[in-house]
Design a binder for this molecule. Sequence first.
Ligand SMILES: [Zn+2]
Length: 427
Amino acid sequence: MGEVSLFFINGRIAAAESSELREADVLVDAAGIITAIGTGLPAPEGAEVIDCAGCLLVPGMFDVHVHSREPGDEHKETLASCAAAALHGGVTGLVLMPDTSPPVDSGNLVKSAMDLVSEVSPIPMHQSGCLTKGRQGTELAGFSGMASRGVPMLTDADRTVSCPDLMRRCMEYARDFDLLVTSHTDTPALSKAGVVNEGRVSYRFGLPGIPGISQEIAIDRDILIASHTGARLHLQQLSTARGLESVRRAKEAGTKVTCEVSPHHLVLSELEIRDYNTHFKFNPPLRSVEDTEALVAGLIDGSIDIIASDHAPHTEFEKSSDFGSAPFGAAGLETTVLVLHDRFIRTGVFGWDLLIQRYSDAPRKLIGQLPVAISEGTAAEFFVFDPAAQTVITRDYLRTKSPVSPFIGETLAGAIRGTIVRGMWFA
Ligand SMILES: [Zn+2]
């Protein structure tokens, strides 16, 4: 908790319910509770005044797809550096993927992960569990132990459960324990050793391609198994227009399915990959311009429920190998709000209300948490955003241990001035 009250004056409050911004001062007491909201409020004695003139107060974002790398790969990222990156990006809560070393596949490992989080993280982090033991895709992980520890979701994190019989049993158990199954949709027999989208770019670069149907077949399969078993299914990282069409049809048919999209699949296509720059190597890969446009439309019409960064830290050394051998993924926690504001909010494609719905409200609801709003009597959980400022994305700007991002070198409109959560103001 902070030592004094914080008084945020002259700002405008953004909310999920409306694209209108409300001018108001916000008083947060030393315990981190919003005690007053209004215009012309007197400053209480001893309060630290934070002038937010020209700035917005935006509810904290929540990221359901984050790789922290601790334990096992602390040279890439630690829980502490991950939390610092999240706060720097306006993210006040997140779900950790279970692909650490060892992978989190039992109730005991969930408990030790959560113990570590409570020791080192200033923000709420929820530990997900594996679907299969060791993410090996051969036998079920410890569902009942993980359920008793309150895991928010089960996933093999960037790996598909290839065997349809095993995936069916995962979903049957998940249904019985009322757990959410989260699926990285891929068909390894089609993706093979692919590294970029199969098509013009893979041919031009002479790199092995990953066809769109690799994800689309897996989406269709998992939707069918979910519909057959009645399990709740969440699909990670949609990347193609046809995959999105399958989700639309499944939702219309009443299947309990939700899906997410990453910022890089919304704003970058395969055409942005130049000079074999491995910062643009993702799994699923960056797709065609048409796919990107379809994903933006799906985000706006609600077919895509959630934005998630897939924050996947790697060292610069690992990413400096050739395009074929470098690992997939990049850091995302610090750039998601900035990039989406720059490309979509600033240009009027959608408003703050939509970003808050898809990156703050819906992700919390997905794992049974209450959305956060800036309202009296609630805990302060928001960030201050200056739309008139600019942010230059450099390695030094990033607080993650992994200064690997496709947006390095870009100047983005807007800047995050600070984030408040649990009564602490991080500026
Ligand atoms: Zn991931």
